[in-house]
Every structure is written in structure tokens, then in C-alpha cells.
Design a protein around this ligand. Structure first.
Ligand SMILES: [Zn+2]
Length: 269
């Protein structure tokens, strides 16, 4: 059996509220050894934090404000909520970013919310989980700002241009692929080979974007194996090797704390 990480999953989403523990159990049974539960709003992050507390050593959480919700961004309350999460074990800022495909928030507000979150990431020395879609020029500019601020990150669920991936890699960032790379219309095997071994992450982005052969269904972390297989085929490596490499990268990227094997837990009397 392969052992793998899911570097980006929305287990706190309503889609999982009825059966999240079964979803997590299936992931574990399939070989998941690290699940990074994304808090794409302060409210979702609290749920993600609770899941992380229930599954120490398996689930970690992040906190940020998604570009779709940037129009709700409040400099005082959102900054305070994200900063609080960073002091309580959140492993990254995000997901945040720029989405000029849907434009659910005005672009200037998306840029403002992202700049504010970059400042928090710099303050807490955390990486950023970045969502970017059809916002290439502004993402290039943001990568330069992040590099100046000394902040790393991951281009999550990446399907953009080679030039943008290369700019991210040059800035020290990671690139993460989702089930989209298993879709029939995805034919950019060169993109899957472009990312060096030590900068590659893989994710479900569940409940969205289920990989083939489960496309269209509610996605879950157990199915990351299908995405790993597609990437492994493109890179001509064994899937078990790729799974181990991306698991190690996930640990390194998020600085995941691993409970010491056989650690003695002392219960205060
Ligand atoms: Zn996501």
C-alpha cells in the first residue's frame, strides 16, 4: 500500500458534515498519513482546527480568506482571526489569492485582502496557500512581493502557464496538482514534469474536483491515489516513490509536527 499526503482538503466543508469521520477513516485506510485541512474563512478554520485536534498527527489546519470572499474582508476582524489561528497551531496562511475567472469579489479587494494576508504570513513566518486563476500578471507581481517579504508558499491546484509555475519555483515556492490533471482535457504532461521532486505537492481539494474515475462525485482524500498515479506516469516514476516524496514535501513545507513514536504521555495527577 502507498503512503501519501493530501496537502489541501476542505474537510470542514458542509459537504462532509454528515460523515467526516468515515471520510477520514477511508483516507487513512487508503494510506493517507497527513491531511492539511484548509480554513478558507476564519469560521471554517475553527472547524478545521477542531478536526486537527481530534486527529493529532494526521490532520493539520490553515486559516485565511478565499478570494471569492475578499469583498467581506475586514482589516481588523479578519486580521485578528487569522493572527489568532497562527498562534494556535495553524500551519499556513490561506487559502487566499486571486480569482479573475469568477470575479466573485472586485479585483482591487482581492488584491487588498491578499496583501494583508501576506503581511500576516511574514509576521508569523508561515507559508501561503495561494489560489490563482486567470490572474497571471497580478500573480507574478504578488510572487515578487512575497519574495521581497521572505514568504514562501504553494501554487495550489495549479493549472496555469509554465511561465507562472517557473516564476513560483524561482521564488522558492512549491506547486501542487489536484485531480484536474486526470481529466481528459488536461494534456500538459510537460507541466507535471516541470516541477522538481523537492517542490512538488499533491492534493484532493475535496469535496471538489474528484479525479477520474470518480469525476463529478463528491471528492475525498482517499482518491488522491488516482492523481498521484497520473503524475507518476508523466514523470515515469513509481507511484509509491512519488507518494513518499510528496508526503515528505508536505511535512517539510508545512513544518508539520509529528508526535514522537512511543512518546510517554504524562497525565497530571
Ligand atoms: Zn481549496
Amino acid at each position: 500500500m502507498i503512503e501519501f499526503a493530501d496537502s489541501h482538503t476542505h474537510l470542514a466543508a458542509d459537504a462532509f458534515s454528515a460523515d467526516v469521520d468515515s471520510v477520514i477513516e477511508r483516507a487513512r485506510a487508503a494510506g493517507a498519513r497527513a491531511l492539511v485541512c484548509i480554513g478558507e474563512s476564519p469560521a471554517q478554520a475553527l472547524k478545521a482546527q477542531a478536526l486537527a485536534a481530534r486527529y493529532p498527527g494526521l490532520i493539520w489546519f490553515t486559516c485565511g480568506v478565499h478570494p471569492h470572499d475578499a469583498h467581506t474582508w475586514n482589516d481588523v476582524s479578519d486580521s485578528a482571526a487569522i493572527r489568532a489561528a497562527m498562534t494556535q497551531g495553524a500551519v499556513a496562511v490561506g487559502e487566499c489569492g486571486l480569482d479573475y475567472h469568477y470575479d466573485h469579489s472586485p479585483r482591487d479587494q482581492q488584491r487588498h485582502a491578499l496583501t494583508q494576508q501576506l503581511a500576516i504570513a511574514a509576521e508569523f513566518k508561515k507559508n501561503i496557500v495561494l489560489h490563482t486563476r486567470e490572474a497571471e500578471a497580478d500573480t507574478h507581481a504578488f510572487l515578487r512581493d512575497a519574495e521581497t517579504a521572505g514568504v514562501g508558499g504553494v501554487l495550489h491546484c495549479f493549472t496555469g502557464s509554465h511561465a507562472l509555475a517557473e516564476a513560483g519555483l524561482a521564488a522558492g515556492w512549491y506547486v501542487s496538482f489536484s485531480g484536474v490533471v486526470t481529466f481528459k482535457k488536461f494534456d500538459d504532461g510537460a507541466l507535471l514534469r516541470l516541477v522538481p521532486d523537492d517542490r512538488l505537492l499533491v492534493e484532493s481539494d475535496a469535496p471538489y474536483l474528484a479525479p477520474v474515475p470518480n469525476r463529478g462525485k463528491r471528492n475525498e482524500p482517499a482518491w488522491v491515489a488516482a492523481t498521484l498515479q497520473r503524475i507518476a506516469d508523466a514523470r515515469e516514476v513509481a507511484v509509491a516513490t512519488l507518494a513518499q516524496v510528496t508526503l515528505a514535501n508536505t511535512h517539510r513545507f508545512f513544518s508539520l509536527d509529528v508526535p514522537t513514536e512511543g512518546a510517554i504521555v504524562t497525565i497530571p495527577q
